[in-house]
Design a protein around this ligand. Structure first.
Ligand SMILES: [Zn+2]
Length: 170
């Protein structure tokens, strides 16, 4: 048995009626035009119903957001850093977020294994025009990072991306 594809009748007037608010509107005011060409729900009504749904299910949305942040701790932390650095205009759009995450992961792993606090440091400080880019990041011990603070100290060299990549066999 062959199914014939349903052909959509063109509405010659180009005016459709919203089934919810009853307004007569042009095609652009609808997301989807129903098959029988009577229109459907206009964009404004869809927005309203969505907003209402959110109001009625606010607890559900909150639970979902909480669950996400529980499962995506790394991403949440990264977003926090990005937000802070955005104010300083230090976020680089060409940066590879995967590599940045890897550097933070390495620092955490080192802290856990050695028991000494390891931190991620910007080689050129963001306050001095350095970017939040994987090539501008290195892993330092907390005490070293404190000495360096926001100076451009080239003597203190930490673990850079190349070494971290090698460590994870990338
Ligand atoms: Zn409507």
């Amino acid at each position: 048995m062959k199914f014939k594809p349903i052909k959509r009748r063109e509405n010659p007037s180009g005016i459709y009626r919203c089934g919810t608010c009853g307004r007569f509107l042009c095609k652009n005011s609808f997301w989807i035009i129903t098959k029988d060409n009577t229109g459907g729900t206009c964009k404004r009504c869809t927005k309203n119903t969505r907003w209402l749904w959110g109001q009625n299910n606010i607890q559900h949305l909150r639970d979902k957001a909480r669950e996400w942040s529980k499962n995506n701790r790394d991403k949440r932390y990264q977003n926090k850093i990005r937000h802070r650095l955005k104010k300083r205009k230090a976020v680089d759009p060409t940066a590879n977020r995967k590599y940045i995450l890897l550097i933070y992961k390495y620092a955490r792993m080192k802290t856990r294994k050695t028991g000494i606090l390891h931190e991620v440091d910007h080689i050129i400080p963001t306050t001095k025009g350095g970017k939040h880019h994987e090539n501008n990041l290195q892993v330092l011990i907390h005490t070293e990072n404190n000495i360096k603070s926001n100076k451009l100290d080239t003597e203190i060299v930490g673990t850079k991306l190349e070494e971290i990549k090698k460590y994870y066999n990338l």
